[in-house]
Write a protein that binds this ligand. Structure first.
Ligand code: DAT
Ligand code: MG
Length: 149
C-alpha cells in the first residue's frame, strides 16, 4: 500500500472543483487517508517547491499557490502515486489527456488545478509537510476486498 499527497490548488478551490477532484480519486478506488483545508504560508510553499527555487516560474508559482485556500489530501492504494498522477494528467494541461483532471479542467501550466507527489520519497516528505502522524487515518473500507486484490 502506497500513500500520496494530493492538493487541490487555489484555482481548483476557487472554481469549485474540490468535490469533482475528490470524486475522481474515490471512483478510481483510492482510499482517502487524510483531508484538510488550509491557506499555505510562504514558508510552507517554499519548502514544498524547494526543487524549483531559482527557476523562471518559481516566484509566480509561490504567489499562485499562496493566493487562496487549498485542500490537502492523503490518498492510498496499490501504486497510488503513479495512479494519482495519471488521474491528474500531464503537468502541462495542453498535453493532458481528455478524461484526466487537468485534461478536463485546465488550460495553463500555472493554473493546473491539482498537485500530486511524484515518487515515494517526495510523497513521504510532502505528507509530513501537511499532516501530523495522528491526522493520517488507518482504516478499512467494507469495499476494500473488491478494490484491492
Ligand atoms: P507537477 O505539478 O506535475 O509535479 P512539477 O513538479 O514539474 O510538475 O512543477 C510543479 C508546478 O510548477 C507545476 O504544477 C506548475 C509549475 N510549473 C512547472 N513547470 C512550469 C513552467 N515551465 N512554467 C510555469 N509553471 C511551471
Ligand atoms: Mg512535482
Amino acid at each position: 500500500m502506497e500513500r500520496t499527497l494530493i492538493l487541490v490548488k487555489p484555482d481548483g478551490v476557487q472554481r469549485g472543483v474540490v468535490g469533482e477532484v475528490i470524486s475522481r480519486f474515490e471512483k478510481r478506488g483510492l482510499r482517502l487517508c487524510g483531508l484538510k483545508m488550509l491557506h499555505m504560508s510562504k514558508e510552507l510553499a517554499e519548502r514544498h517547491y524547494h526543487e524549483h527555487e531559482g527557476k523562471p516560474f518559481y516566484e509566480g508559482l509561490i504567489t499562485y499557490i499562496t493566493s487562496g485556500p487549498i485542500v490537502a489530501m492523503c490518498w492510498e492504494g496499490s501504486d497510488a502515486i503513479a495512479i494519482a498522477r495519471r488521474t491528474m494528467g500531464a503537468t502541462r494541461p495542453a498535453e493532458a489527456e481528455p478524461g484526466s483532471i487537468r485534461g478536463d479542467y485546465a488550460l495553463e501550466v500555472g493554473r493546473n488545478i491539482v498537485h500530486g507527489s511524484d515518487g515515494p520519497e517526495t510523497a513521504a516528505f510532502e505528507l509530513d509537510l501537511y499532516f501530523t502522524e495522528d491526522e493520517l487515518i488507518d482504516w478499512e473500507r467494507s469495499t476494500d476486498q473488491w478494490v484491492f486484490e
